[in-house]
Each structure stands twice: as structure tokens, then as C-alpha cells.
Design a protein around this ligand. Structure first.
Ligand code: ATP
Ligand code: F6P
Ligand code: MG
Length: 509
């Protein structure tokens, strides 16, 4: 496991159960002793990967009783505050003798806060691509700060990171954000590129901002980590909270990113349209392209949800067209047996094929992300050419690219609830003085996670996990790989990524 210096390691004192700092030995993970039975102290490998706190660099910061104590919303809650000892386990499937492993601090309100409500000046910024639910997160940060903590100074930074120094701010209040969850996109607007840490932190200082809520994907979270470090260097009382956003669901550690379920649901409409089209003609072949740069999660889940998909192609699983076990052979068989078929392809799949048939282009967006070649159009043409020219067989090809339509819709009910939990967790964390953290559910429990932990690797579909096997079993498509090739591919794709992800999730769901 890779440990970053910003990780703070603590141990549980087995007698009074106070968390106390543990001296780090050459940056090795903290292995601590806890009382496993009333007599024996076991070294059972409990590790808490904690997030920074403002008092780490501002030790004299005063604290105050949490105003939630007086909140009508929490008036009858049995346990308003999360115990400081509560931790969320990263691995919940264990064997009798396995070490207890990595834990994160449980998210939620704390007994003490490190900001007086009338001294909070918060800001919210959204960066990177769109995703359903961003407006809901904005709404719930604003309402959460206002209704739970009595904060009334909340600024919206317009147009992503560069908005800190190149745009005016919006004043946000519960009234302003009341209806925004019904709209797709982000009312604050977004951008790629333009992250200048010093200029951003200068601006934070100039505006007297002391809580920064940053909604965005892996790139955004890397930017948030730099902002946190600069804030710490300057010794500012500024809490930096990251809220992970990505439609690709490629953020490590957390169970799932918000908007993902909405995207999978919306993808059903495109898949259904493709199915209706190809079912109604002779030799109909439908292709639906879905988002997913490096991770095929939307495609995999949309396929599993649909049952009208005959073949799903994702970036993690190399495929081939010709010969035994190839895509053409499978299409031919499906057409002979059913008269039609539907293929779902993730936009990042088969990029190496498309690149071979095009003059070399290596374009990047403003954030430095490689721009993808259009696998959907390429595949459509290849299939058409093969069946009409080589097989002398007429096929009816229908290509649907709903990618931006899926990303631009408002979030569904369950994502809205999820967004509320994320926003509230971020607000409670910042008010409690935590900083340099990302929030998110780990095994269904919301946790504060060190930012570096979610940016050190991207989550991808593991071909060796049971979920991909379930998909193959459901579609009965070719796997395109035998077992040894899968492992070889995983190795080529980056041993580190595989190892880290495997160590994050040792169990297959
Ligand atoms: N390594 C980095 N360090 C600092 N800032 C970064 C870094 N990578 C990206 N950013 C900044 O984060 C913002 C968003 O990054 P990016 O465009 O990669 O989207 P993202 O947050 O990864 O979201 P998504 O990929 O889901 O659309 C941009 O303003 C970019 O400048
Ligand atoms: O909005 P842009 O810059 O076209 O980016 C599209 C990319 O953004 C993502 O939606 C991630 O946010 C990817 O799935 C997609 O490749
Ligand atoms: Mg990204």
C-alpha cells in the first residue's frame, strides 16, 4: 500500500478508547494493538487512514459546541454526534485470521466545531465534466450550511477553478438554490484546465473564504489536494472538502459516484431504442456508445440492467473482430439465431484499433486528458464493411451516440438522496475542522477519506472479478480472452493499479 505523507496515522488506546497519534516508522502503515478480548491485546492490524485536521497546523484553534445540539432537525435523534472512535472498514469480507485492515474516519457531525457560524464564509466550485446530481450537491451544501449550522455567507465560484481568479462570484442562499436539483448540469458552470494553486489560494485569502467545497473528478481532487497543501503552508484557517464527481464511476475507494445510477438508467432508453429499431428490421445491428474513458462501468451496468444487449465492449477488455471467437463470428451467429443484435460500446474501448486506422493524433483537453477517437463510428463502419463486402450479407446498422444526453439530465431519486448525504457529510466535516478530505460511501457507510487515497489510482472494471463474469454469463458473448491472457492484459494495464485496487477490494461483489 502506498502511504502519502499527508496521511495521519492513529492508534486506538485500548483502555480508554481515545485516538492518539502513532509514531510513523519510515512511512510504513500503522499497525496497532487493540484489545480483542477483555484480557488479551492482539496485534490485529487495525489501520486508520485519517484525514488532516486544522489543529494539526493551528494547534491553538478554539472549538465550540456544535449548534446541531440545538437544531430542531436533530432534536430527537438518539445519537446526534458521531463518536470520534467510529471508523469505516475498507474490507468488510474477512476471514477469521485476516488482519482488520484499513479503516477511514466515519463521516458525520462532531460534538465540537472549529468555526463560529457567523464567521463562516464558504465557497463552492464545480470542475470537470458534467454528471447528474451536481446541482443537488450544491443545493444541499447551501441548505445544510444554512439550516444545520446557521451559515449565511456562501459564495458560488463560477466556471471551475479558473473562476477563483477570473470571474465574479454568485451569492448562494437556500432561496437561490431551491429548485436547482431539477436541472441537469451545474448552475455554477464548470471548466477544464486553469488550475493555478497560488492564484486560487491568494483569492481564497483575499475574499476571506474559510471553507472550500470542491465538486469534481479525479483531476479536480488532485487540484483540491494542492489547494489544501498551500493553505496549510500559509497556516490559514481554511477547511478544504472534496466531493467526488464522475459519471465514469472511476474514483477509487468509494462504492460508487453520484449520478452513476441515473446514467445507467438513462442509458436504458438508448439501448431500448436500439433494440426496438433492430428488432423491426432484417439483420438489424444496433450499436450504442456510452461514456467511460478508461472504465467500462456505465456500459457494464447498463448491459446488466437491460437484457437487450448481446455484447458489451469496454476499455478494460481487449476484443478482436476476425477469426474464431471474434466479434464478427458472434454477430453472424446472433443474426442467424435471432435476426438482430445490440452492442454496447464504452467510448474508451478499442482505442488502439481506431488509432491504427487513422493518422496519429494525440490531442488533449485543457486539463491534459487525452481526447478519444470515435470507437462507435469506427466499429459501425467495420461491421458494415465486413458483412456487405466480405460476407455478402445485407445488414441494417443503427448507431446511437447518447453520451452527452445521458450526462446532462438531472439526477434520479436515489442519486438525489445520495447527493444529500455527500453534501451533509462534507459540511459536517468542514465544520468539525477536518480538511484535505474527500467524502464518500465505503461499504455503504459515509467516510472521510484522505484525498490522495482517491487520486492515486483510477477504479476500473476488473475482468477477474465476478461482476464481469456475471455480464459474460448474462449476454453469453465471447470473452475474447482466455484466462492467461486476462492476467497478461491486467499486468500490461499496470501492475500497480491492479494491486492497489485488489488491496482495496479483496472481495468480489
Ligand atoms: N494533477 C492536477 N493538479 C492540479 N489540478 C488538476 C490536476 N488535474 C486536473 N486538474 C484540474 O482539475 C480540473 C478538472 O480536471 P479534469 O478536467 O481532469 O476533470 P475531472 O475532475 O477529472 O472530472 P471528469 O474527468 O470526471 O470530467 C481542471 O480545472 C484541471 O485544471
Ligand atoms: O466534456 P468533455 O470535455 O467532452 O469530456 C467528455 C469526457 O468526460 C467524461 O464524461 C468524464 O467526466 C468522460 O466520460 C468523457 O470522455
Ligand atoms: Mg477525470
Amino acid at each position: 500500500m502506498i502511504l502519502n505523507p499527508v496521511f495521519h496515522k492513529f492508534s486506538f488506546d485500548s483502555r480508554n478508547f481515545k485516538i492518539k497519534p502513532l509514531v510513523s516508522r519510515q512511512n510504513r502503515p500503522a499497525v496497532v494493538a487493540v484489545r480483542a478480548s477483555n484480557q488479551n491485546v492482539h496485534n490485529d492490524g487495525f489501520v486508520l487512514e485519517d484525514v488532516p485536521h486544522l489543529t494539526n497546523f493551528l494547534p491553538d484553534l478554539p472549538s465550540y459546541p456544535n449548534p446541531l445540539k440545538k437544531s430542531q432537525a436533530y432534536a430527537v435523534v438518539k445519537q446526534t454526534f458521531v463518536s470520534p472512535e467510529d471508523a469505516v472498514a475498507q474490507n468488510i469480507v474477512l476471514q477469521k485470521d485476516s488482519p482488520r485492515g484499513v479503516h477511514f474516519r466515519r463521516a458525520g457531525p462532531r460534538e465540537k466545531v472549529y468555526f463560529k457560524s457567523d464567521e463562516v464564509r464558504a465557497c463552492i466550485v464545480t470542475c470537470g465534466g458534467l454528471c447528474p446530481g451536481i446541482n443537488t450537491v450544491i443545493r444541499e451544501i447551501v441548505c445544510g450550511l444554512s439550516y444545520m449550522y446557521g451559515v449565511d455567507e456562501i459564495l458560488g465560484i463560477e466556471g471551475g477553478y479558473r473562476g477563483f481568479y477570473s470571474k465574479n462570484t454568485l451569492t448562494l442562499s437556500p432561496k437561490v438554490v431551491n429548485d436547482i436539483h431539477k436541472r441537469g448540469g451545474t448552475i455554477l458552470r464548470t471548466s477544464r484546465g486553469g488550475h493555478d494553486t497560488n492564484k486560487i489560494v491568494d483569492n481564497i485569502e483575499d475574499r476571506g473564504i474559510n471553507q472550500v467545497y470542491i465538486i469534481g473528478g479525479d483531476g479536480t481532487q488532485k487540484g483540491a489536494a494542492l489547494i489544501y497543501k498551500e493553505v496549510e503552508k500559509r497556516g490559514l484557517q481554511v477547511a478544504v472538502a472534496g466531493i467526488p464527481k464522475t459519471i465514469d464511476n472511476d474514483i477509487a475507494v468509494i462504492d460508487k459516484s453520484f449520478g452513476f445510477d441515473t446514467a445507467v438508467e438513462e442509458a436504458q432508453r438508448a439501448i431500448n431504442a436500439a433494440h426496438v429499431e433492430v428488432e423491426s428490421v432484417e439483420n438489424g445491428v444496433g450499436i450504442v456508445k456510452l461514456m467511460g474513458r478508461y472504465s467500462g462501468f456505465i456500459s457494464m451496468y447498463a448491459t446488466l440492467a437491460s437484457r437487450d444487449v448481446d455484447c458489451c465492449l469496454i476499455p478494460e477488455s481487449p476484443f478482436y473482430l476476425e477469426g474464431p471467437g471474434g466479434l464478427f463470428e458472434f454477430i453472424e451467429r446472433q443474426l442467424k439465431e435471432n435476426g438482430h443484435m445490440v452492442i454496447v460500446v464504452a467510448e474508451g474501448a478499442g482505442q488502439e484499433f481506431v488509432a491504427q486506422s487513422m493518422p496519429a493524433v494525440d490531442e488533449k483537453d485543457a486539463s491534459g486528458n487525452r481526447l478519444l477517437l470515435d470507437i462507435g463510428l469506427w466499429l459501425t463502419q467495420k461491421i458494415k464493411d465486413h458483412f456487405t463486402k466480405v460476407q455478402k450479407m445485407m445488414i441494417n446498422m443503427k448507431y446511437i451516440d447518447p453520451t452527452y444526453m445521458i450526462r446532462a439530465i438531472p439526477s434520479n431519486g436515489s442519486d438525489n438522496i445520495y447527493c444529500t448525504l455527500l453534501a451533509h457529510s462534507a459540511v459536517h466535516g468542514a465544520m468539525a475542522g477536518f480538511t484535505g478530505f474527500t467524502v464518500g460511501p465505503v461499504n455503504s457507510r459515509h467516510a472521510y477519506i484522505p484525498i490522495a487515497r482517491v487520486t492515486e489510482t483510477q477504479k476500473t472494471v476488473k475482468l477477474t472479478d465476478r461482476m464481469w463474469a456475471r455480464l459474460l454469463a448474462s449476454t453469453n458473448q465471447p470473452s475474447f480472452l482466455n484466462c492467461s491472457e486476462v492476467l497478461h492484459h491486467q499486468e500490461k494495464a499496470g501492475r500497480k493499479t491492479t494491486e492497489v485496487i485488489n488491496s482495496e477490494r479483496t472481495t468480489s461483489t
